[in-house]
Design a protein around this ligand. Structure first.
Ligand SMILES: C[S@@+](CC[C@H](N)C(=O)[O-])C[C@H]1O[C@@H](n2cnc3c(N)ncnc32)[C@H](O)[C@@H]1O
Ligand SMILES: [Zn+2]
Length: 175
């Protein structure tokens, strides 16, 4: 059954809202954000890798929403804002870990009404087997989204220059 738009509005900061977008529900800016501004943040429970593995059988949608948060841990956004964060191959946002949460930072100006996206690959380690068929609609869409170390070299270099690949993700390619 489709989930009701903004059913989780009480968890959404006033800077953004959850709306229907190209790929289901997504996060939409309620005002203009300048480059480098923090747009919103994702919070939730930190789960061990084994717990997330067991979630794949019981609740695959929730498991798919979990974001890598360390060598052996993931952030489970539950029904919070992070559960509505869509991927784009030309993202306007980037995720920066801060304490127990992820800040969403604007990579360029994000205007009111535009969807806030990030590149899922920046948080997919070399040992993460999850992949997704992409429907972002960008001309440079990669079609299949997966581990960061398989990003096109120029894209990976650009993300590294912006510090968008956390150390714990880089480390998965060295292990
Ligand atoms: C964190 S949820 C985002 C919210 C989701 N759109 C919804 O309506 O529940 C992640 C899921 O959204 C879908 N998704 C996100 N970005 C996508 C994209 N670029 N292309 C296709 N599906 C996407 C995938 O099903 C993915 O597993
Ligand atoms: Zn794409």
């Amino acid at each position: 059954m489709p989930r009701k738009v903004n059913a989780f509005a009480h968890q959404v900061p006033s800077s953004v809202r959850v709306e229907r977008v190209r790929n289901g529900l997504g996060i939409v800016a309620r005002r203009t954000f300048a480059r480098d501004e923090v747009v919103c943040c994702f919070e939730g429970r930190i789960l061990g890798a084994r717990t997330v593995w067991s979630l794949w059988d019981r609740d695959p949608r929730r498991a798919a929403n979990c974001m890598r948060f360390g060598p052996e841990s993931y952030l489970d956004p539950g029904e919070g804002l992070g559960a509505f964060a869509n991927h784009s191959c030309k993202p306007n946002g980037g995720l920066i870990p801060q304490g127990r949460r992820l800040l969403v930072v604007a990579l360029r100006t994000i205007r009111t009404g535009h969807e806030v996206t990030h590149d899922y690959s920046t948080f997919l380690g070399a040992d993460d087997v999850w992949t997704m068929r992409c429907n972002c609609g960008e001309r440079a869409c990669r079609a299949r989204i997966g581990r960061f170390d398989r990003l096109p070299p120029r894209t990976l270099a650009a993300y590294r220059a912006l510090d968008l690949i956390p150390g714990f993700i880089e480390a998965t390619a060295r292990d």
